[in-house]
Design a protein around this ligand. Structure first.
Ligand code: 8YV
Length: 315
């Protein structure tokens, strides 16, 4: 059998790139770096491998006549044109569940960081200001009110952790989910009006674009914090910046942004904001599990077996 050729559409983690290149012929990002070479190898490319933020457009899919499979190392696959893939019978897989703990842990870490001002406190010590007087008082975290925008597997992992801190938990989603012990509110604005922390944990994509807008931030109010560990596209970033600058909300903890890795400089200077570079799943253990699962999906497909974790649209 001829070698199985794969297009990597992102700079892959070595945890995936190394084992992948032992078993498959990998063409790295030719669609960006060398379209002429891509056109040469295109008839042989049978799979695409990418990360959660990778864009796999209808045009790219159309340019690969032998494409059978798209394996995403990430739970989110909003950059993949799944409709275009399904039209051609191309299978799509992702890596759900293995990152739930890490993303939920980071959501709690951001909530604690913004409310207890951990980053400012660290700066306070390092810059020698402690001797000049105490840090302004922070805001108590335990016992506050959490609102989850999204109640999937990661949302539920955040809720469980929050309950250990004595937080009340409410959520919004397209509809109420049976069997959950949390209060349902029908819209993000209605939820925001009733909570101290609004945590965004829903998939990105056209359906959720700018769901968190100026109206929602207004409802969250001057004592409220926005935490985003989902996708930058879900939040209207300009509206958020304005809300932060004008004190419409108390602060924000942001792991994702509208146009990564660009983060507006205006955000850098705001002390009530904690910024992290899309590290929700970025632990060695979890990235290893994600890489293993992305590879397992590819291997299963190449061997003609069912995919371990197809995206819901392909089940
Ligand atoms: C990673 C993610 O940034 O899982 C996702 O959807 O956004 C992240 O875990 C990425 O997918 C790593 O490849």
């Amino acid at each position: 059998m001829s070698a199985y050729e794969v297009l990597a559409v992102a700079k892959l983690s070595p945890l995936l790139a190394q084992p992948l290149s032992r078993e498959f012929v990998v063409h790295e990002r030719l669609h960006e770096t060398d379209p002429a070479r891509l056109a040469e190898v295109a008839p042989r490319i049978r799979a695409i491998v990418g990360g959660g933020e990778s864009r796999v457009s209808r045009e790219l899919i159309a340019s690969l006549p032998a494409l059978e499979m798209i394996s995403i190392m990430g739970v989110g696959y909003d950059g993949v044109d799944v409709a275009a893939a399904l039209e051609r019978g191309i299978r799509v897989s992702h890596t759900p569940d293995v990152l739930n703990d890490d993303v939920a842990d980071l959501a709690l870490a951001l909530m604690l960081s913004v409310s207890r001002r951990l980053v400012q406190a660290d700066q306070f010590v390092r810059s020698g200001q402690w001797a000049q007087g105490p840090l302004p008082l922070a805001r108590k975290f335990s016992g506050s009110r959490l609102g989850l925008v999204g109640i999937g597997r990661i949302g539920q992992a955040i809720a469980q952790r929050a309950q250990a801190f004595g937080l009340s938990v409410a959520y919004t989603a397209r509809s109420a989910r049976a069997g959950l012990p949390y209060r349902y509110l029908p819209t993000p604005a209605a939820l925001a009006a009733e909570v101290d922390f609004l945590v965004v944990i829903i998939p990105g994509g056209a359906a959720t674009r700018h769901l968190i807008n100026a109206e929602v931030l207004q409802a969250l109010g001057p004592q409220g914090y926005l935490i985003n560990v989902a996708r930058g596209s879900v939040v209207d970033q300009d509206a958020l910046l304005e809300a932060l600058q004008e004190g419409v909300i108390a602060g924000a903890g942001l792991d994702v942004f509208a146009n990564e890795p660009d983060v507006p400089q205006a955000l850098w200077s705001l002390p009530q904001v904690v910024l992290t570079p899309h590290i929700g799943s970025a632990t060695g253990q979890t990235r290893q599990a994600m890489a293993d699962l992305a590879l397992a999906n590819l291997r299963a497909h190449a061997a003609g077996q069912p995919l371990p974790t197809p995206v819901p649209e392909c089940r």
